[in-house]
Design a protein around this ligand. Structure first.
Ligand SMILES: NC(=O)c1ccc[n+]([C@@H]2O[C@H](COP(=O)([O-])OP(=O)(O)OC[C@H]3O[C@@H](n4cnc5c(N)ncnc54)[C@H](OP(=O)(O)O)[C@@H]3O)[C@@H](O)[C@H]2O)c1
Length: 384
């Protein structure tokens, strides 16, 4: 029986992870849950899963949660960064599902690794900001880190039984998001509601906007570089609108191994928890005869400049990927708040990167300092 903590239990990945655990009660048990602000849903999760500890974003939410829990012997309640770290490092936990949005996930994930916990990783921002430190900590502490992102799950599955030295490259697939076929002119008037409307996946707002700008694929390229120890030149991207082939690995004889499946995040979440085994489920199976045709095309880097910005940040390395990530988070928030236009997103990120003097980041604190610098810079640029 694996004891699980979920960071981001009230989000899209968190809720799906709870369904996977609920479907496999003989294998997994919920021990701790961390949410941000959604106390209503967290209370329901506490009632349903009886965790020993929970954590929320701040002290006010913590007080509100405690008073709503009443005198009944409920879970221990923590809050803030300290609370997330305490929760992720509790003695009794075996595996942490890291599924918060954004940079908030970095510290608790890193501390969980240092405390010897296995990680099922959805929070790609952690790898973008500090992939080198995370992978070093994973090796040093002898833990496993298995990706939840469907593309990286597909790569991991396509690597099984093959030799690393035979690998030529990895091909990440991308749906292309909601604006794959719209013109540059139409892109000037995109609203948050249109950008949130992803054709194939139901996800949280931040990753939905990242998919619309294709920054998501840029972040995933950096994530893949660290997870699978690749050069950036070994990672290709193909637009594949059907989201059936979740990614592929090409070997040096030209053979390509791919993983296919219906687009349901419960499948890669299950695999991350059960790796290297596959869990049984009763989902509808992929019917290729009904899909008929699978299309692939190259991404349009002119239309989606966020991709090129991510490649640039990865090539520069050191503190630049953390700056890319933080500037992107500010740009996405500002777009969702109606403060900037869709096409301002890459512009704000690019200007923040241009203002940055990259420097080596040898500790998590240095990464977080680069993150703070980039947020302040991006907000300053917005004001001007
Ligand atoms: N959704 C997908 O299909 C998918 C696929 C692959 C990878 N991912 C990655 O998984 C992560 C989560 O994505 P999602 O779609 O599940 O997002 P989401 O639905 O927006 O959920 C985010 C979760 O993080 C919590 N959270 C947000 N900001 C926080 C903060 N500052 N401190 C503590 N908790 C915070 C939220 O809490 P409240 O809601 O309670 O405020 C919620 O539980 C992202 O890194 C994303 O890139 C998602």
């Amino acid at each position: 029986m694996k004891k699980i903590a979920i960071l981001g239990s009230t989000g899209s990945i968190g809720v799906n992870a709870l369904k996977v655990i609920q479907n496999n009660p003989e294998k997994y048990e919920v021990t701790a849950l961390a949410a941000g602000r959604n106390i209503d849903l967290l209370l329901k999760q506490i009632e349903g899963f009886r965790p020993v500890a929970v954590s929320v974003l701040d002290e006010d939410l913590c007080s509100e949660l405690k008073s709503r829990l009443g005198d009944n012997k409920g879970p221990e309640v923590f809050y803030g960064n300290e609370g997330f770290v305490r929760l992720a490092t509790l003695d009794q936990i075996d595996t942490v599902i890291s599924a918060m949005t954004g940079a908030a996930g970095l510290l608790p994930t890193y501390e969980a690794i240092k405390a010897g916990k296995d990680i099922a990783l959805a929070n790609k921002e952690t790898m973008v900001m500090a992939g080198h430190l995370i992978m070093t900590a994973v090796k040093k502490n002898g833990v496993s880190l298995v990706p939840i992102d469907s593309e990286h799950s597909a790569v991991l599955q396509s690597l099984q039984g093959h030799k690393k030295e035979d690998l030529r490259r990895v091909i990440l697939t991308a749906s292309g998001g909601p604006f794959r076929d719209v013109s540059m002119e139409q892109m000037t008037t995109i609203t948050p509601a249109q950008a949130l409307n992803h054709p194939n996946w139901h996800m949280g707002p931040k990753i939905s906007i990242d998919s619309a700008t294709m920054m998501n694929k840029g972040l995933e390229t950096i994530e893949a570089k660290w997870l699978f120890d690749l050069e950036m030149a070994q990672i290709g991207i193909l637009i594949h609108p059907q989201s059936v082939v979740h990614s592929m690995v090409e070997y040096k004889d030209g053979s390509i191994i791919a993983q296919l499946g219906i687009p349901d995040m419960m499948i890669p979440i299950s695999y991350a928890l059960s790796f290297p085994h596959h869990l049984k489920n009763d989902f509808s199976t992929l019917k290729l005869e009904e899909i008929g045709v699978l299309n692939f095309e190259k991404p349009d880097l002119k239309k989606f400049p966020c991709l090129e910005l991510a490649f640039r940040a990865a090539e520069i390395g050191s503190s630049m990927p953390a700056v890319l990530n933080a500037a992107n988070e500010i740009a996405v928030e500002s777009f969702l708040d109606g403060k900037i236009a869709f096409l301002d997103i890459p512009e704000l990120i690019e200007k923040s990167m241009e203002a940055h003097q990259p420097h080596p980041v040898e500790t998590i604190e240095m990464v977080m300092e680069a993150d703070r610098w980039a947020r302040k810079t991006a907000l300053g640029l917005l004001k001007n």
